[in-house]
Design a protein around this ligand. Structure first.
Ligand code: DP6
Length: 366
């Protein structure tokens, strides 16, 4: 689909008021998105596991205004309390998506949102938050245009979520989602995430992700600043080419269930992401001493046990530990016995691969 196809024709229906609610998960990238062009177009394709437990639930109540406003009209509640601090981000999001949802200034919205994971856990919530909000607006658009197909609904939800936060476009569906044009993945596009179209071996079913909270502090560098550091980065071209190559290789890895090669690609991607940050100008080190302690312990444990445990990182110090369902007892025991001591307040979150966002029924509050 092209961008223009997401600009709707005049809506057949009129809707005065209502409530919609979605729960949308976070995701963890295996091949990382790091670097973007204008309008949230990624510099390279990426692929992620959709998560299950780490999620944002957002309820949007809407009421038609007597006349179209000049500005967006909305109230925002985070975990039950008004949250002025989040409003500028939402304003920017609404401005970016208005062309595709021309009704936005015709309504007053009350947005109530909450996360399943603890606030300030260092877990990025933009993917789950932006995808949940995009889905709520799509539910309203579906009421305005009931003939909309299910494919259009999910593609456009992902397209809108991308305009809020790039990685958010990978949170609509599960369990493996690819975003970004890659010549060997059919249907792949820079505009939205697609369900991975190739064969996936059953070993990846119920894959686990235990997230070790090494540092719960505020991010030292926002992802937008981080992405921009890939402009004029001395290694950018090589890095973008590497992402394409890793996706090519993953096709066979996913088909055959080759966990040895899966681990090499996933860990290399995580370390490359951080290598890019360390070699940009200005440069950043986002991992902490305990991040390295954990990585070394994982490598030691893997060498001894031959289990298929591996790690990945996002733009911070926390570690995602990935392992197959069949090895969960031994790996979980190892995490509890040997790794949890390196976490801030011994905190960690148990998650696993999930199927994507879910709509939640709400009783109409009329
Ligand atoms: C390191 O999606 O948070 O997690 O598009 O600026 O909102 P924006 O960036 P964001 O970047 C995520 C970067 C990453 C890697 C990934 O998820 O692919």
């Amino acid at each position: 689909m092209t961008q223009e196809e997401f600009i709707p024709l005049p809506y057949p229906n009129t809707v005065v008021e209502g409530v919609v609610k979605w729960k949308s998960p976070s995701n963890i990238a295996l091949v990382k998105y790091w670097g973007k062009k204008e309008n949230q177009i990624p510099a390279n394709p990426s692929i992620s596991f959709t998560l299950n437990a780490c999620a944002t639930t957002t309820k949007v109540s809407y009421k038609k205004l007597n006349a179209k406003g000049t500005d967006f009209s909305f109230d925002l509640f985070f975990e039950g309390k008004p949250k002025e601090g989040f409003k500028p981000k939402i304003e920017t999001f609404l401005t970016r998506i208005e062309e595709y949802l021309p009704f936005l200034k015709n309504y007053h919205f009350t947005i109530e949102t909450s996360n399943s994971f603890p606030h300030s856990s260092g877990i990025a919530s933009s993917a789950s938050a932006m995808s949940a909000l995009a889905l709520c607006f799509m539910s309203l658009e579906k009421e305005l245009n009931p003939d909309m197909t299910a494919d259009y609904f999910k593609n456009k939800a992902s397209f809108l979520a991308r305009l809020g936060s790039g990685s958010a476009c990978r949170s609509i569906e599960g369990t493996l989602v690819q975003w970004g044009k890659h010549k060997n993945t059919s249907g792949s596009t820079n505009l939205y995430g697609i369900k991975y179209p190739n064969k996936v071996h059953p070993i990846f079913k119920n894959y686990h992700d235990t997230i070790l909270l090494v540092d719960k502090g505020q991010k030292q560098v926002s992802s937008t600043v981080g992405h921009n550091l890939m402009h004029n980065h001395p290694y950018a071209a090589q890095r973008f080419a590497q992402a394409h190559k890793n996706l090519d290789e993953l096709e066979t890895v996913f088909k055959e269930g080759n966990l040895k090669r899966f681990i090499e690609i996933v860990e290399s991607e995580a370390l490359t992401l951080h290598a890019m940050m360390m070699t940009s100008m200005p440069y950043f080190i986002l991992i902490k001493p305990n991040t390295l302690e954990i990585i070394n312990k994982i490598w030691e444990f893997r060498a001894i046990t031959k289990l298929n445990i591996c790690f990945t990182l996002d733009a911070g110090a926390n570690i995602h530990i990935l392992y197959p369902e069949s090895e969960k007892e031994q790996v979980y025991q190892f995490i509890k016995d040997k790794l949890v001591v390196y976490c801030e307040n011994e905190q960690y979150l148990c998650d696993r691969i999930g199927v994507g966002a879910k709509q939640i029924k709400v009783k109409s509050e009329k």
